[in-house]
Design a protein around this ligand. Structure first.
Ligand SMILES: Cc1cc2nc3c(=O)[nH]c(=O)nc-3n(C[C@H](O)[C@H](O)[C@H](O)COP(=O)(O)OP(=O)(O)OC[C@H]3O[C@@H](n4cnc5c(N)ncnc54)[C@H](O)[C@@H]3O)c2cc1C
Length: 382
């Protein structure tokens, strides 16, 4: 049996994230959800505590945490507010291509400032014509002088209106499909970079999401990550790393839903006794707890595989798919246990359902995850 006991350091990391989530995030979660406020003061505090650039090694001033450490933190943060967590961990997603594909010089040039002061970055892959078929993106990178000129539009980009840096995927030749995709680092200050207005979203409303338009943006060759045509593989390797924390984020939502449902069931009385004494409610709570437990273990197993340096595509896709679907079901059950009150915004559980939904869509939809799972699985039978 693998040993899933946490080290002392991991337990204290988890405790620190739990304290931050419950004292700094949770008290503002309902208000930010209602007003779609982007609580930058909370994100700054997260940065100050080292809860932001979790995957950036200490040599660049980052937290330098293992995949399992990151999952422990993300689950706790999501318990406080999933939307805030999406914005806090967006830096991990945006900076991962630099970690995976940047030269040491690029890594220092781009990562050091993120660890020296609070800044946000965005990962720009998805386009209005489609996100799942990342090989078909149309944003162009045309050779221009000693560098490139980038033109195109990205959509659904987390933190885009607030970011100072974008990792951008563009094609040097659409005919080459995924083999033409190339990754670049583009500063917000470059002429022609135009983030759009915040989208009005169903959930994760404390997070900011918008389009980004690149209009003949000049990018020096020194800001290209890897060689021309290596961008698609870089994007996929990035998502292989960042998908597992989405399983943790979904687990945090599910744990919050279970906790709300459990304590409500002990207080709410029908037919002369707490509803927790009705067997139908007990069975629901038991199923919810089983899903939370399984989500956590799948996520930890995928993270442990990443930390051992093993291929984790199958495990991370399974963890993300299972945990995101479990979170939606557990949040749904929590609403059911709250009865009519669960449907009211005055209670916290309807937000959890709206927040859980996104985890089935972003970082590769669950349909795409199932394609990946089946492809990896069938390799074993070939
Ligand atoms: C709030 C939010 C934040 C996001 N943040 C970012 C970000 O920071 N950076 C970024 O680049 N992207 C981001 N995304 C984009 C997200 O990753 C995409 O929405 C997602 O990959 C799906 O792409 P799509 O929306 O274009 O759906 P489509 O690709 O159009 O798919 C539509 C539906 O068809 C299904 N489908 C597609 N192809 C197949 C197939 N072959 N077989 C079966 N079903 C299929 C999909 O699963 C989906 O259900 C974000 C999205 C949201 C909503």
């Amino acid at each position: 049996m693998p040993d899933f006991s946490l080290t002392e350091e991991q337990s204290s990391l988890r405790e620190m994230a739990r304290k931050f989530a419950r004292s700094e995030m949770l008290p503002h979660a309902a208000e930010c959800d209602r007003t779609a406020r982007f609580p930058e003061e909370i994100y700054r505090k997260a940065w100050e505590l080292g809860l932001m650039n979790l995957n950036v090694p200490t040599e660049f001033g980052g937290s330098g945490l293992s995949a399992l450490d990151i999952c422990l933190i993300v689950e706790e943060l999501a318990y406080g507010c999933a939307g805030m967590t999406t914005s806090i961990i967006a830096n991990c997603l945006a900076l991962e291509p630099i970690l995976l594909g940047g030269t040491p010089e690029q890594q220092h040039r781009f990562l050091d400032p993120f660890c020296a002061s609070y800044q946000l970055a965005s990962f720009c892959l998805t386009e209005p014509a489609g996100g799942s078929d990342a090989g078909a993106i149309t944003t162009r990178a045309i050779r221009h002088g000693s560098g490139y000129q980038i033109t195109g539009e990205k959509c659904f980009i987390t933190n885009a209106p607030h970011a100072s840096l974008y990792t951008v995927f563009a094609t040097v030749d659409p005919k080459l499909q995924h083999r033409g995709i190339t990754a670049f680092v583009v500063p917000r200050s470059a002429a022609g970079v135009q983030p759009g207005k915040d989208e009005e979203k169903m959930g994760h409303r404390a997070s900011s999401t918008s389009t980004v338009r690149f209009e003949e943006v000049e990018v020096p060759e020194a800001d290209r990550l890897g060689a021309e045509g290596e961008g698609f593989a870089l994007a996929m390797r990035t998502l292989d790393q960042t998908r597992t924390p989405i399983g943790a984020l979904a687990t945090g939502i599910a744990q919050a839903a279970l906790d709300h449902a459990g304590s409500y069931a002990l207080k709410r009385r029908t037919f002369g006794k707490p509803i927790a004494e009705h067997q139908a409610i007990q069975i629901k709570l038991a199923d919810m707890a089983t899903k939370v437990h399984a989500s956590r273990l799948l996520t930890w197993a995928a993270a442990a595989r990443i930390d051992r340096g093993e291929a984790a595509t199958l495990d991370s896709s399974i963890a993300k798919t299972y945990a995101s679907e479990a979170a939606f079901q557990v949040a749904d059950d929590a609403i059911q246990i709250h009865g009519g009150y669960g449907y009211m915004k005055e209670y916290p559980v309807e937000k959890l359902l709206r927040d859980a939904k996104l985890t089935q869509i972003y970082e590769g939809s669950n349909e795409i995850q199932r394609i990946v799972i089946a492809r990896e699985l069938l390799k074993q039978y070939a």
